[in-house]
Design a protein around this ligand. Structure first.
Ligand SMILES: Nc1ncnc2c1ncn2[C@@H]1O[C@H](COP(=O)(O)OP(=O)(O)OP(=O)(O)O)[C@@H](O)[C@H]1O
Length: 260
């Protein structure tokens, strides 16, 4: 592995390779009820790459993901300082800019959680719901999109005859793939993944890893993972966290071209 050396406003330079930046954090700190759990994080996340975040339990990995789509604002007693800038629809924006409504940010920055969280509605509606929220009303288009993303996450064959069943009746692994499909249906620019394969069997896990590699062409992936072998297989960059402090540079997988 190589280590990132220089950063400017448009690219992370890793050895002799320049990689465009999608997300900057500047002096980012995060507090739960005044307890500081993220400490002064300034880093750059490369566009259209998979960046893996690893670290011991409780070190702040999930909290960092929640900052990137402002999900922390739904949790009582939290506070933040510093700045997060993201390239969205071709423009760099402070994600806390009042001109960027949080619902619009979350459409572009989707998240899949460690614990699958299907909505209390049918399998079909779980996927159609975000489309409806985004004012997509064309039933044919919704149907096509639902099928497309369910195929993408290798769930279509298992659920095509029971699309009206409650999503919560699926197995844990199926629920995880359903939630990934729901995250993908609005074509996010950034996909945040918190242990995306932790509830999957090896076959489903391999299929999802393959999918994540293909998604690099359409979005930037930031993935928390405890699995070193998974990081070796699919991540391009690697950031380590310890007690809310992030390693200063990105470790770059020298053989990342294998995953391009
Ligand atoms: N809602 C909350 N209120 C108070 N403290 C919290 C809350 N959520 C998380 N924490 C604390 O913040 C710190 C970081 O938690 P976080 O969930 O981000 O860690 P993590 O690295 O993702 O852990 P894991 O690998 O176990 O999922 C921990 O000390 C945790 O106890």
């Amino acid at each position: 592995m190589d280590t990132a050396t220089t950063v400017n406003n448009t690219a992370v330079q890793v050895s002799t390779v320049d990689v465009p930046v999608k997300i900057y954090t500047q002096s980012l700190c995060f507090y739960y009820r005044r307890q500081k759990v993220l400490h002064d994080i300034s880093l750059q996340l490369p566009a259209n790459q998979i960046t893996a975040i690893t670290g011991p339990s409780g070190s702040g990995k999930s909290t960092f993901l929640m900052v990137l789509n402002r999900l922390w604002e739904e949790v009582e007693g939290c506070d933040i300082s510093g700045k997060v800038t993201m390239e969205l629809a071709g423009h760099f924006k402070n994600i806390h800019d009042p001109t960027l409504p949080v619902c619009e940010l979350r459409r572009k920055v989707a998240m899949v959680f460690q614990q699958p969280n299907p909505l209390p509605m049918s399998i079909y509606k779980n996927i159609a719901f975000p489309l409806r929220l985004a004012h997509v009303n064309d039933k044919k288009r919704i149907k096509e999109n639902v099928e497309f993303v369910l195929r993408q996450v290798c769930l279509w064959d298992e659920v095509k005859d029971r699309l009206g069943d409650d999503g919560r009746l699926l197995s844990g692994g199926q629920q995880q793939r359903l939630c990934l499909a729901r995250a993908l249906v609005l074509n996010p620019e950034v996909l945040l993944l918190d242990e995306p394969t932790s509830s999957l069997d090896p076959e489903a896990s391999n299929a999802i890893e393959e999918l994540l590699l293909t998604l690099k062409s359409q979005c930037t992936l930031v993935m928390v993972s405890h699995y070193q072998d998974q990081i070796q297989r699919i991540a391009d960059f690697h950031i380590k966290v310890l007690n809310g402090r992030f390693s200063t540079g990105l470790d770059w997988r020298g053989d990342c071209n294998q995953n391009s």
